[in-house]
Design a binder for this molecule. Structure first.
Ligand SMILES: C=CC1=C(C)c2cc3[nH]c(cc4nc(cc5[nH]c(cc1n2)c(C)c5CCC(=O)O)C(CCC(=O)O)=C4C)c(C)c3C=C
Ligand SMILES: [Fe+2]
Ligand SMILES: [Fe+2]
Length: 335
């Protein structure tokens, strides 16, 4: 097909099992945890641990957790991500007919190849790629780009690509998070200590140059500033530890367990690294961390949802896409 003037927008996220069953979870974890961007151990050491231990024990346990959060239409990460994609498409259409939005996962489905089929149907020859991670990390953003490049390895002709880095300090992102917090405080009738809980990564990755921790700190500082919070009114932590080595600290579970003793008994938790709610926020934060806090004497614990398909989130994505494709839009209007 002849190249059209359309601009493809590829929204990439991590990936999620196709069903809340041990088999589907095993397939998903095998692909995900075999990526050396995620677990960088040498395969000679890692493969026996992954295949011999982790993929025998974890899928059964984790499938039960997925069952707790599964939605009628599928995994929350997939369903809520699709809702955001559709809302972004509608918002862009208000501006111009030139955009075609598709989602793809780094691991599992929908694949980058599925998105390419959508783009090919309308002859897209320019693609803006936005990994749905506000804070850049080699483990997520770069892994998404790797997946895209791998899919292009055998292509004789490439589309023009614009790879978006991150939006940890984008003013509309900070505004959107601040609006979520103030809305929650209004609804619950009180302002509470704010815990900002980010997905962790091994500390070693940051020591070796991954900017993720710095980008998370940036988001926390800007959000606290926007909300006018003093240093003792918010806490920055990392959740979702995996394996035995040290991950980024302070750890969410240990911190929340000590807060009630220090007089912090009523908290709100927000997880700014997750653009879309998923097993990590709906189960690990809301249920596991909530129990940890209450068992330690905490009185009130409420999780503030990810931005998902909220109007603020749609406006943020629309702004990022329009701002970063100006030259392509100008090419279209000047033809
Ligand atoms: C093993 C190392 C892991 C690294 C490093 C890591 C980084 C990382 N992950 C996200 C976002 C998500 N992670 C999700 C699930 C998840 N993450 C890991 C491991 C690492 N993540 C595992 C093993 C799992 C699966 C669940 C489990 O077995 O505990 C998800 C949710 C997927 C879903 O289906 O709902 C997201 C999203 C970020 C942002 C990040 C580093 C910046
Ligand atoms: Fe993860
Ligand atoms: Fe987890």
């Amino acid at each position: 097909m002849e190249a059209s003037k359309k601009i493809g927008v590829l929204m990439m996220n991590l990936g999620t099992p196709e069903a809340p069953t041990p088999d589907a979870v095993r397939k998903y974890l095998k692909e995900f945890l075999s990526d050396r961007r995620v677990v960088d151990l040498t395969p000679i050491l890692w493969k026996p641990i992954l295949n011999g231990i982790i993929l025998n024990i974890r899928p059964k346990k984790v499938a039960k957790v997925y069952q707790q959060v599964w939605m009628d239409e599928g995994s929350p990460l997939f369903v809520l991500g699709n809702r955001l994609r559709d809302a972004v498409q509608v918002a862009l259409n208000e501006q111009s007919d030139d955009f075609v939005v598709a989602t793809a996962m780094t691991y599992g489905t929908p694949t980058v190849e599925d998105a390419a089929k959508t783009f090919r149907k309308v002859g897209v020859s320019r693609i803006f790629v936005i990994p749905m991670y506000p804070q850049f990390s080699g483990t997520t953003t770069a892994a998404a780009f790797d997946r895209l490049m791998n899919s292009l390895k055998k292509c004789p002709e490439w589309p023009a690509l614009n790879l978006y880095h991150d939006y940890a300090d984008h003013p509309l992102y900070i505004d959107a998070l601040a609006n979520s917090v103030t809305r929650q405080w209004k609804e619950q009738g009180e302002k509470r200590h704010l815990v900002l809980s980010y997905h962790g990564i091994p500390k070693r990755y940051v020591t070796n140059g991954d900017p993720y921790a710095r980008r998370c700190e940036k988001t926390s500082e800007l959000l606290a500033e926007k909300l006018g919070l003093n240093k003792d009114e918010w806490t920055h932590v990392y959740q979702s530890r995996f394996g035995r080595e040290e991950w980024l600290q302070p750890y969410a579970d240990k911190t929340l367990a000590t807060m009630p003793k220090q007089g912090i008994k009523r908290v709100n938790v927000i997880s700014p690294a997750f653009s879309i709610d998923c097993i990590e926020t709906l189960e690990e934060v809301t249920l596991e961390l909530g129990d940890e806090f209450k068992n330690a004497g905490g009185e009130a614990f409420d999780y503030i949802s990810a931005l998902n398909d909220s109007a603020d989130h749609v406006a943020l994505y629309k702004d990022i896409i329009l701002t970063n494709t100006v030259s392509w839009q100008n090419e279209i209007t000047s033809v």
